[in-house]
Design a protein around this ligand. Structure first.
Ligand code: HEC
Ligand code: HEC
Ligand code: HEC
Ligand code: HEC
Length: 221
């Protein structure tokens, strides 16, 4: 009884913490639900967060990343004659986590730690038109980005306004723009423009891009 009295408030606290992040449940990133993610869901699954995070036995990516990633995947990076900043040979963490599903090479339900006994494997079985029979995102899906990133906004690129007057200067304050959009305070990655938990502004954008406001956080064109 004593343990119960101790554990119950902790459990309630945990629930409150979890509901604080519950926004993701009402989005296409809720793969347990054919209602919220009609094109891509998995039969027999209940844990929304498990597709991306785990409390234990996470992979090498942060934060506590549960989705299988292929660190050796070669990506075709963006090139342009007018690029001034340093384009890395591969994307960094803030893009690799997204590409682990959106490049279409790894099944959406391929996890480092499937809920239940601690083991890697497939969580549930695929349903919805955006997935193939193995649970990978199909190339015909609007959400498919692929491994060729040359037609996408550059990622894995260092933000360095000293190299181009058409960019806003960094402030050194991680809470201020443009710094707060940068991955590790340095790079432009998928997470610069997208928040995977919140679809308030559609397309999981970090903020509204009405009037290209998001673009203008970095570009001063
Ligand atoms: C589709 C994948 C996905 C799902 C589902 C998901 N997350 Fe995340 N989460 C991410 C990614 C990617 C990041 C890293 C974001 C960044 O670096 O900007 C992250 C970051 C976090 C962080 C640390 C940074 C922050 O935003 O506070 C916490 C805590 C977190 N997620 C909790 C949760 C919980 C709890 C759930 C379930 C209710 C959940 N996430 C569902 C992808 C996901
Ligand atoms: C665990 C796999 C997984 C991860 C990780 C993941 N996504 Fe997704 N994402 C999906 C699937 C599946 C869909 C739904 C596709 C559909 O409905 O056609 C989706 C939908 C989206 C959409 C909406 C597309 C639309 O058709 O409305 C955007 C934007 C998006 N994801 C961006 C991201 C970004 C950026 C990240 C990383 C911060 C990320 N996702 C991480 C699997 C994932
Ligand atoms: C510089 C900002 C920016 C970056 C970086 C970025 N996106 Fe987007 N993304 C957008 C905007 C804005 C949209 C809204 C649709 C549009 O205008 O193309 C979008 C739309 C999407 C969509 C919806 C389908 C589509 O093509 O319209 C997906 C999926 C997506 N992004 C995934 C990603 C992934 C994965 C990465 C990292 C490899 C990434 N994005 C990097 C700004 C960005
Ligand atoms: C987080 C900062 C950031 C945001 C937000 C951002 N960009 Fe960029 N963008 C960059 C950086 C850094 C480069 C690389 C510039 C360079 O090396 O000269 C770039 C490059 C570009 C280029 C290619 C320039 C070239 O020389 O080839 C275009 C076009 C572009 N961005 C458009 C957009 C649009 C449209 C948006 C809004 C949807 C956007 N950007 C949002 C940082 C950002």
């Amino acid at each position: 009884m004593k343990t119960y009295k101790l554990i119950f408030p902790l459990f309630v606290l945990l629930l409150i913490v979890m509901t604080a992040h519950a926004g993701v449940e009402q989005t296409k990133h809720n793969f347990t639900s054919a209602t919220y993610s009609p094109n891509a869901f998995f039969w027999g699954t209940q844990q929304v967060c498990a597709f991306c995070h785990t409390a234990h036995n996470a992979g090498s990516q942060s934060p506590l990343w549960n989705h299988e990633t292929n660190d050796l995947q070669p990506y075709t990076m963006y090139t342009s004659p007018t690029i001034d900043m340093t384009q890395s040979a591969t994307p960094h963490n803030g893009s690799l986590v997204c590409l682990s599903c959106h490049d279409g090479t790894i099944a959406v339900n391929s996890l480092n730690n499937v809920p239940g006994p601690e083991a890697a494997g497939s969580y549930g079985s695929p349903g919805g038109a955006a997935l193939d029979a193995t649970g990978k995102l199909t190339s015909s899906s609007g959400a498919f980005v692929g491994t060729d990133l040359s037609d996408d906004h550059p990622v894995g690129i260092t933000y360095d306004a000293t190299k181009d007057p058409d960019f806003k200067s960094k402030t050194g304050n991680p809470q201020a723009y443009p710094d707060k959009l940068l991955d590790e305070g340095l790079y432009v990655e998928c997470t610069s423009c997208h928040n995977p938990h919140d679809n308030t502004y559609s397309n999981f954008l970090v903020e509204s891009n009405a009037g290209s406001a998001l673009c203008a956080r970095c570009h001063s064109k």
